[in-house]
Design a protein around this ligand. Structure first.
Ligand SMILES: *[C@@H]1O[C@H](CO)[C@@H](O)[C@H](O)[C@H]1NC(C)=O
Ligand SMILES: *[C@@H]1O[C@H](CO)[C@@H](O)[C@H](O)[C@H]1NC(C)=O
Ligand SMILES: *[C@@H]1O[C@H](CO)[C@@H](O)[C@H](O)[C@H]1NC(C)=O
Ligand SMILES: *[C@@H]1O[C@H](CO)[C@@H](O)[C@H](O)[C@H]1NC(C)=O
Ligand SMILES: CC(=O)N[C@H]1CO[C@H](CO)[C@@H](O)[C@@H]1O
Ligand SMILES: [Cu+2]
Length: 574
């Protein structure tokens, strides 16, 4: 048996070497070869998640497919093979269409897979991965990030399926996904979530925005609301070869253990709504931008080169209680910044949205000329009437009640390395994804989670179904001693976490004090969050059975970490 495993490993390595050779890693586009700001940023097609019949809004059934097609990322780049979401191959886009849902009106989506038998990017069979028995077809499954929905429609990593549903993963339950839209209004996004393939499927193009609107509550706020002035911007980074194809390194950092997997993907070009360093012509007035970071691993620290500020009206999916003004802000992968920018305040006729987050964040390389620029706004000179406003108060959701928390958990993040000191995999609480479920909260309950980062990276933690408020971040003192203890016995309490958590305290920034679904877990710190497994905007139970199979998951949202295997099951009980 051992010999067999050895032979298979050898074969995989040979295959990787051949593929590597065939793909010619030397023919990469240098970012200086692509002129910045030449393409106009598109507004992705908008699809209504509701119908209008006899004067009232009614639920709608949508069919959205995943297609293999070519997409033009830049004027001077040949068309790039991608995987794209759309209602047809012709209309499919990268990112996918923006789904516009209405609060209280159900949206049903039948997600269909029309992908070919082979992937366009290198993937790694040695990490826990969805692999069809026939070895043909690309496993995919769609998760609506930020959605409060039934487990059967949550896009569980094991609920994958291949083209024509020919093969289905172990926890697959149904074809038609049901989004209840009964939650608070805000910005969500949908993306692939297949076991071990999330990083490559999203890298290939499978993500898009989903907005839940609640006009009764939102219109009185007076924020920019029309399509022209309320724009989702999906931001990610990609590298390309001279033939236009997406470049992803096909040699792992520990090739004898994992032939392809690397701990973080970084691309040279910054892409906004499917165009590299685009521009947008804007009027001299207020715009709302729902900025979704769908990078695999790149953090962005956004600022404007001409001093324009950002007014944060929401963070992730939920409105802030009050608008918060900043001149720069940090966005982790999968976090959402929902900001208003007032171009009438601009002293110049253009503004460059810029980035200065080191990568990996926070200890990695500084940004260079290419990845320090995101997009350019060209501002029309004429001042014009702008009836939108920034209200003093937005939406107040009840604050979390600390004394109602029924349980305190310690969630430790571990990174394991090989003899050459390169990461091999990451685990939460020292457990593999397949190990029996340990997080089984009660539906409707509130819990405190103390998240302990024992690695050198900042890990954005994402919890499905629940929302949370980040309370504080406290540095661990005598870190080495604590880490050694944790590596030995993996028990935060026995390792005296409270004795160690008495270093520097970092305040949660004002614009992130509200309800979130992703938060940045500082390395070497304990981050305390209060998690609510119920609605935040009303005292009602979920209109579905959250305890049903296949349950949910929680994970790090650096996709390369999530795939190997910084993800754990989350199952609810009554
Ligand atoms: C790909 O990764 C390998 C192993 O980490 C590294 O040696 C090589 O330089 C990388 N290639 C490119 C083009 O980045
Ligand atoms: C986007 O998210 C990735 C990973 O989740 C993170 O590494 C990156 O810094 C984020 N970028 C921005 C601009 O927020
Ligand atoms: C907070 O929770 C405790 C315990 O459940 C309860 O007694 C108290 O009334 C709650 N406070 C508020 C303000 O809801
Ligand atoms: C739910 O009930 C609690 C206690 O009665 C109250 O403090 C809270 O404001 C209510 N939440 C909402 C969203 O109405
Ligand atoms: C506990 C632990 O190992 N923390 C690490 C978190 O990350 C920082 C670097 O950002 C390291 O210095 C810490 O050792
Ligand atoms: Cu991570």
């Amino acid at each position: 048996m051992k010999k067999m495993v050895g032979i298979v490993k050898l074969l995989v390595i040979c295959l990787v070497v051949i593929v590597n050779f065939a793909w010619g890693e030397d023919e990469l586009i240098r970012s200086s070869q692509l002129k910045m700001f030449v393409d106009e940023v598109p507004d992705m097609p908008r699809i209504k998640g509701f119908d209008f019949v006899d004067g009232s809004h009614v639920p709608k059934k949508l069919k959205i497919g995943m297609f293999h097609k070519k997409w033009k990322f830049h004027r001077d780049l040949p068309p790039t093979p991608v995987f794209a979401y759309g209602t047809s191959k012709k209309t499919a886009t990268v990112p996918g269409p923006t789904i516009e849902a209405l609060h209280g009106i159900d949206t049903h989506v039948k997600w269909t897979n029309h992908l070919p038998s082979k992937h366009i990017l290198p993937w790694d069979p040695t990490i826990p991965t969805a692999i069809p028995h026939t070895r043909k077809g690309i496993p995919t499954v769609v998760h609506l990030h930020g959605g409060i929905d039934e487990p059967e429609s949550d896009g569980h990593s094991g609920s994958w399926f291949t083209a024509r549903f020919r093969e289905r993963g172990p926890s697959w339950t149904k074809k038609d996904y049901h989004y209840h839209n009964t939650q608070h209004p805000g910005t969500l996004w949908y993306h692939d979530h297949a076991m071990g393939l999330t990083r490559v499927n999203i890298l290939a193009g499978l993500s898009g925005a989903y907005v839940i609107r609640h006009p009764l509550v939102e219109l009185p706020l007076g924020l920019p609301y029309d399509e022209e002035f309320d724009r989702p911007l999906v931001v990610f980074d990609r590298s390309f070869r001279t033939d236009g194809s997406i470049f992803m390194n096909s040699t792992g950092n520990n090739p004898s253990i994992h032939p392809q997997w690397q701990p973080e993907y970084f691309g040279d070009a910054i892409i906004v709504n499917g165009k590299a360093w685009p521009h947008m012509i804007v009027r001299r007035r207020k715009y709302r931008f729902r900025i979704i970071n769908s990078s695999n691993a790149r953090f962005f620290k956004f600022y404007f080169n001409n001093g324009l500020g950002f007014i944060h009206v929401a963070s992730d999916s939920a409105y802030n209680e009050r608008p918060v003004m900043t001149n720069e802000f940090l966005l982790a992968p999968s976090e959402i910044a929902d900001v208003v920018v007032d171009f009438s305040k601009s002293k110049s006729d253009s503004a460059i949205l810029s980035n200065d987050a080191p990568y990996p964040y926070p200890s990695g390389d500084p940004v260079n000329e290419a990845n320090s620029k995101v997009m350019k706004f060209i501002i029309k000179p004429v001042h014009e009437l702008d009836t939108s406003k920034i209200p003093r108060k937005l939406i107040k959701y009840p604050s979390p009640n600390l004394s109602s928390a029924s349980l305190t958990r310690y969630i430790a993040m571990y990174e394991y390395t090989s003899e050459i000191d390169e990461p091999t995999h990451l685990y939460i609480n020292g457990r593999s994804y397949e190990a029996p479920v340990t997080e089984t909260p009660k539906v409707g309950s509130t819990e405190i989670w103390n998240v302990i980062n024992l690695t050198e990276d900042n890990h954005p933690l994402h919890i499905h179904l629940g929302l949370f408020v980040a309370l504080d971040q406290i540095e661990l003192v005598n870190l080495d001693e604590f880490k050694e203890c944790m590596m030995k016995i993996n028990d935060a309490i026995k390792c005296n976490v409270n004795k160690h958590a008495r270093g520097k305290k970092i305040e949660v920034p004002a614009h992130e004090k509200g309800w979130k679904n992703v938060y940045k877990m500082m390395p070497g710190y304990v981050t305390k969050i209060i998690v609510r497994f119920s609605y935040i905007h009303l005292n009602a139970s979920y209109p579905f059975d959250a305890t049903a199979e296949p349950g949910y998951v929680y994970h790090c949202h650096i996709l390369d970490h999530e795939d190997n295997a910084m993800m754990r099951p989350l199952k609810f009980t009554h």
